[in-house]
Every structure is written in C-alpha cells, then in structure tokens.
Design a protein. Structure first.
Length: 185
C-alpha cells in the first residue's frame, strides 16, 4: 500500500505529461503530492521529514514553474532534493558525528556501527550521483527526454534500495531477545 502511495504522484505526472504539457503535468504533480501527504498523515498521524521536504519542494518549484512558465524549475527539483539529502547526511555523519540512518532505522535494524557508517557514505554517494545525473539530463536534453529519463531512471533508486536491503540483511546482528529465543528452542 505504501509503495503504491509513494508512486502515485509521479505516475500521475507521467500520465499527465503524455497527454498534456509539462505545466499541466506539474499542476497534477502538485495536487497529487498534496493528496498523498494528506493520506499519509491520515494513515500515520504524522508526516515523515522526507515527505514534508518533498511536498515543500514540489509546491515551491512547481509553483515557480507554473507562475513563471519555466519548466527548468520542476526539472531541477530532483537535483535540489538529492543535493539536500547528500548535504544533510554528510553534515550529520561527519560534522555532528551522528549517523542519521542509524537514528531513523536503528530501532528496526541492529547493525554494527561500521556498517551504519558504510550505509551512510553509500547514501551520500548515491544522492550525489542522482543529483548530478538529473542536472545533466535536465540541462543537456529536451523536456521529453528528461521525462523519459525520469520514467526509466527509476531503475537507479530501485536497484540502490534493493542493494541496500541486501547489504543490511547480510550484516544484521541478532538482537538479544532473538538470540535468547534461539537458545531456548
């Protein structure tokens, strides 16, 4: 259910773009993201920080796209989002000396600190890659080609998330309650 809800705005954006203009698709994306956020809030009673950031960026950059009739704003929104994520993770890990991923997921996944560090650095590199790739495609190619890249470019996050899941699964340390359960059997 959550994955379908996560993909809902972007799928509507693609459909609206194929049958209309980038401006109509941007308006659809803005409305769909607002609906998505309201549904997430209703289901979970709060919005995750990432959802708030995404909603804000889509409303601001989508609004600028529509107001100024300049598609560059919506095309560069992913670059800004990924750049902010990379900077936030970097600042948290290397300046504050706190692993943001461990803070978010540590209650669900028990990994050694070295593995949390590796995950954090991997996420920083991934976000830099995605920001750079989107900026390149947005600058060098037409809007049609950028939209096609956004559709087929979903292979990057899917591959990265699956790889992250496999990495985490290989390095999970059994919690004490799990270890106790195993010894009592």
């Amino acid at each position: 259910m959550k994955i379908a809800l996560d993909l809902f705005p972007i799928l509507l954006f693609f459909a609206a773009y194929k049958f209309g203009t980038v401006y109509e698709a941007t308006a659809v994306l803005m409305a769909a993201t607002l609906v998505q956020s309201l549904l997430m809030y209703r289901l979970e009673g709060k919005l995750a920080t990432m959802q708030k950031v995404t909603l804000t960026l889509i409303v601001v950059f989508g609004g600028l796209t529509l107001l100024l009739q300049d598609e560059r704003f919506i095309k560069y929104k992913p670059t800004l989002l990924y750049s902010c994520l990379a900077l936030g993770l970097f600042f948290s890990q290397f300046v504050l000396k706190k692993n943001f991923l461990k803070t978010m997921l540590g209650s669900q996944v028990n990994l050694p600190d070295a593995n949390w560090q590796t995950l954090s650095v991997s996420w920083i590199a991934y976000c830099i890659f995605m920001a750079t790739t989107n900026a390149y495609v947005a600058y060098e190619f037409s809007t049609d080609e950028w939209v096609n890249f956004k559709i087929w470019g979903y292979i990057f996050p899917l591959t990265f998330l699956i790889g992250t899941g496999i990495y985490m699964a290989k390095h999970v340390v059994p919690s004490e309650s799990t270890a106790d359960d195993e010894t009592t059997k």
